[in-house]
Design a protein around this ligand. Structure first.
Ligand code: SAM
Length: 336
């Protein structure tokens, strides 16, 4: 049987129509199966099984296998695809005379946020530059594109670091998508990549994700619902009643691009009674595009982390610092 971009037609039709979370999960599972079948057919079979990550100054780039595993984060995958399709349609209205130029930074071995949508468009309507630092991802996705006969949609692949990539200025970018993030913006270089790419967007262009909001709260971490790729995201259990939630910062197109992003919170008071809320927790919520969002614990990207146990804290106040220098991390500093 020959393969083409229309291999995704039924799945994408159902995915874009999906209303309930159950329908979204079903669509993500169907997409994963099609990708598995396609990957078995390509000449670079097994390249995607590479598990070697790349340490960059600004964050860690996932291996091909771990990037592929992100397909198993169903609400994430489906909502990024819905967002991309909505963004393309909006960009076509905003720039009616232009071929829409898309940069997909961190496409992994299967470029799931754009490849399944391409059968809905013509290659004179949109052009895609794929970028990833991992050579095995380049081999897999290039072979997939050939298998699907989709070469006319793609500019040359960029095997490089998105933290320093400069797109040619003669082809201004209408849409940039980059999902290179882990929970609470830990480890992966989402912030530094955003800082580098936002200034390269056309005026009125679209950056996906549109906004990432970072929250702090006090919780009992072990009782929090927490998604991982071996769990059913729809059966994570009841939410835990946290206290003291406050927003720390947001990442969006308005990000300061002049220097490495660092954040230090206001002074935060330790609650009077800590037994039911002993952990200082941080999590992200995303506005991927317009109404497509990921709220707490719905995805690997929006899971909470526990930064510190108050049982081990000697002071009554503390500050939180987020730094993107070397590997992104959170630090709690007691105020004595
Ligand atoms: C979380 S995975 C997402 C893969 C795929 N886009 C998806 O949505 O399923 C992130 C991908 O971005 C790549 N990546 C991370 N940081 C990068 C960087 N600074 N430059 C280039 N690629 C990067 C990783 O190698 C990995 O393939």
């Amino acid at each position: 049987m020959s393969h083409s971009l229309f291999s995704f037609q039924n799945i994408i039709s159902n995915l874009l129509k999906s209303q309930t979370e159950q329908e979204e999960v079903t669509s993500a599972q169907a997409l994963e199966i099609v990708y598995q079948e396609l990957l078995e057919k390509i000449s670079t079979a097994f390249a995607h099984r590479d598990t070697k990550e790349t340490v960059l100054s600004g964050g860690i780039a996932l291996s091909s296998q771990h990037a592929l595993d992100c397909l198993k984060d169903p609400l994430r995958t489906v909502r990024f695809i819905k967002s991309m399709n909505a963004a393309i349609m909006d960009a076509q209205k905003q720039f009616p005379n232009d071929t829409i130029e898309i940069l997909y930074a961190g496409c992994g071995p299967v470029a799931p946020i754009i490849l399944p949508l391409l059968h809905l468009y013509q290659s004179n309507e949109l052009q895609v530059t794929l970028l990833d630092i991992t050579a095995t991802s380049k081999f897999s996705v290039t072979a997939l594109i050939e298998l699907l006969g989709a070469q006319s949609f793609f500019k040359p692949f960029q095997l490089c670091d998105a933290i320093s990539y400069k797109h040619p200025s003669e082809t201004p970018l209408h849409i940039i998508v980059s999902e290179v993030m882990d929970k609470a913006l830990l480890r992966e270089p989402q912030v530094r990549v955003t800082q580098n790419l936002v200034p390269q967007l056309s005026e009125n262009g679209i950056f996906i994700p549109q906004r990432i909001d970072i929250f702090q709260e006090f919780s009992f971490y072990g009782k929090e619902p927490y998604f991982d790729i071996y769990k059913n995201v729809l059966k994570l259990g009841p939410t835990y009643d946290t206290i003291g939630r406050s927003q720390l910062f947001s990442i969006s197109e308005a990000i300061n691009t002049n220097s490495n992003f660092n954040f230090t919170s206001e002074i935060i008071d330790v609650p009077q009674h800590i037994e039911a809320h002993p952990d200082v927790c941080i999590f992200a919520e995303l506005v991927i595009y317009k109404s497509f969002v990921l709220t707490k614990s719905q995805s690997l990207l929006s899971n909470p982390i526990s930064v510190f146990s108050l049982f081990n804290l000697k002071s009554k106040q503390f500050q939180l610092t987020y730094t993107t220098t070397d590997i992104p991390k959170w630090i709690l500093t007691p105020i004595i």
